[in-house]
Design a protein around this ligand. Structure first.
Ligand code: ZN
Length: 133
């Protein structure tokens, strides 16, 4: 099933501002930034050991990250688990009665294939499945 924690997704109001903490204080290094239009976010990945921190800033006022911050404030927004075969993983989840937000994989930053599970099926955590080559 899942093989490791791929990344932790953190919703921030201002990517550049938040990088001061992650880079200057924690000493991580961002691998550039990417805008994912479909999800209305600008993201930065900061590798750390075998995993990464993903910082997400909304590019639109009605984007999912903007809504998340309006409701809950900045903070951990999702946990992403690595899978080898996302199509198979989605089928497995559905067979086990898990409610999927994405029934089909969609494009994620860095060319990953991703799919979200509904927090109602995961004890309150927005879980992302992530396949990378
Ligand atoms: Zn993510």
């Amino acid at each position: 099933m899942v093989t490791k924690i791929d990344h932790i997704g953190i919703a921030v109001k201002d990517l550049n501002e938040s990088l001061k903490f992650y880079e200057d204080v924690l000493g991580l290094k961002a691998e550039g930034t990417e805008v994912v239009e479909e999800q209305k976010v600008k993201v930065a990945f900061l590798p750390l050991g075998d995993s990464e921190v993903e910082l997400l800033e909304s590019t639109e006022e009605d984007g999912p990250i903007a809504k998340y911050i309006a409701k809950k404030g900045e903070g951990i927004q999702h946990i992403a688990y690595r899978v080898d075969d996302i199509e198979k993983a989605i089928e497995d989840m559905k067979k086990k009665g898990i409610r999927m937000i994405d029934e089909k994989p969609r494009y994620g930053a860095g060319g990953a294939k991703i799919a979200f599970l509904h927090p109602k099926s995961t004890h309150g955590v927005l879980v992302e499945l992530c396949e990378r080559k």
